[in-house]
Unconditional design. Structure first.
Length: 188
């Protein structure tokens, strides 16, 4: 009789490891500045980052049609009234964090879920040194491999909502935002 092999619910490597170090990737923001430079600039000015390359408006999501519902772009913890304690990652990133919203991009969700099975690759694509806590400036970044090089995609954390709920990809944990922000970076 064949023995059935099942995948673990979540992948957790039991070996102790130091956190992965950030690696170089080409900055892609139109200003030519890196994530670190843009974040430092916002912190010095005491302002939250607003991404002029991917503005919080309908033109970033639709070409000619109007959206089926009126979106309101909000920042987690700043303008989302139902949420007071946003977290980048809650208890480690797992495939069950990923819930599809109103966009038919299940292919992307499957790719994101597969990232959670490889800690090293996940840490490369989703840099772990980001949070909504100390040093928060409304700016996040993700790295994608395209045309034989890593690109560093910088975004602000304004997300489309309807009735204070995220419209697109979201986490099963309502205060976790790594997956929603990753989807936004990929859209950009």
């Amino acid at each position: 009789a064949k023995e059935e092999v099942t995948m673990p619910y979540t992948y957790r490597d039991s070996r102790p490891r130091s956190p992965p170090l950030p690696q170089s990737a080409r900055a892609t923001h139109s200003s030519g500045q890196t994530y670190e430079e843009l974040k430092r600039q916002c912190q010095q000015k005491g302002t939250l980052f607003e991404d002029c390359d991917f503005p919080a408006n309908i033109s970033s999501l639709f070409y000619s049609e109007k959206p089926p519902i009126p979106f309101v772009w909000k920042r987690p913890g700043v303008s989302m009234t139902l949420l007071r304690d946003p977290q980048f990652i809650v208890g480690g990133a797992t495939r069950t964090d990923i819930c599809q919203g109103d966009l038919g991009d299940c292919w992307l969700l499957a790719a994101i879920a597969s990232l959670t099975l490889n800690e090293k690759t996940l840490a490369r694509v989703v840099p772990q040194d980001q949070n909504f806590g100390p040093g928060y400036a409304g700016i996040f970044h993700f790295q994608f491999w395209q045309h034989n090089e890593w690109l560093d995609i910088v975004i602000d954390d304004r997300l489309p909502t309807f009735k204070d709920r995220l419209v697109f990809l979201h986490s099963a944990e309502h205060n976790e935002f790594w997956s929603a922000l990753l989807e936004k970076a990929y859209a950009k």
